[in-house]
Design a protein around this ligand. Structure first.
Ligand code: ADP
Ligand code: NI
Length: 219
């Protein structure tokens, strides 16, 4: 990245930090920081435009469609305004907006493949943060925020076939593991992403075993 691009990144970071300061802790600035770090790490093994990757990582959750009744245009619009105010080239703006508009998980049966390598890297970076110890913490944080029960053995997970069914679902947080988190390892794009996802997947499976043992009073 050149000096001008680095300056733009620094001022966009400043703006995003301010905007996300009151967010639920699973989608706050620290989530964005982890995704940004993951993205830089994964970009090392790939031939990508780092400026696009970093901007998309930093701006990806500026306005999450789940919090706007499934309207996927809100996030890219907000990201576009910020990039325009920093005089980012229009070709970069288009690419970053496309990545942000298409990267999100929308249910087990909804394909979310990315058109470009940059998109694949940022999607993986975001998905890694949904897995492992942090992924578990984020899921329960989100569940608490939405007043969901932790677990209800009477209600089985649902493999959603469209995004409205996915976002209107009010199931338990444990169900979310089966509806999204445990499905992610087979939907990763990059080599590094696949490897890390595999480890975090095993950790979540162990966590679930322990959870059920404690729930059933067998340990
Ligand atoms: P993506 O960035 O793939 O679109 P989301 O923003 O949908 O991911 O979700 C980010 C995180 O929020 C999830 O990985 C999970 O931790 C949490 N989350 C989202 N939906 C639910 C849910 N129904 N129950 C529990 N946690 C959820
Ligand atoms: Ni995210």
């Amino acid at each position: 990245m050149n000096e001008n691009e680095q300056k733009i990144i620094a001022s966009v970071v400043h703006e995003v930090k301010e905007k996300l300061k009151d967010q639920e802790s699973g989608h706050d600035w620290f989530h964005v920081l982890r995704v940004w770090n993951n993205a830089r790490l994964m970009a090392k093994g790939e031939e990508v435009d780092l400026f696009v990757v970093e901007l998309a990582a930093i701006l990806h959750d500026i306005a999450d469609w789940k919090f706007y009744d499934g309207d996927e245009s809100v996030g890219p619009k907000a990201a576009r305004l910020i990039m325009e105010s920093h005089h980012v080239d229009s070709s970069v703006i288009e690419h970053v907006c496309e990545v942000i508009a298409t990267m999100s998980y929308k249910g087990a049966g909804v394909p979310t493949s990315m058109r470009t390598k940059e998109g694949e890297v940022v999607q993986d970076a975001d998905r890694l943060d949904a897995l492992g110890a942090i992924g578990i913490a984020r899921a329960f944080s989100y569940g608490g925020h939405k007043n969901r029960v932790m677990y209800d053995p009477a209600h089985l997970p649902v493999l959603h076939q469209d995004k409205y069914a996915y976002i209107s679902n009010k199931g338990s947080t444990i169900n979310h593991f089966y509806e999204k988190l445990l499905l992610l390892k087979d939907r990763m794009n990059t080599q590094t992403g696949k490897q890390v996802a595999e480890e975090r997947h095993l950790f979540m499976q162990k966590y679930l075993e322990q959870f059920y043992q404690e729930w059933n009073g067998t340990q």
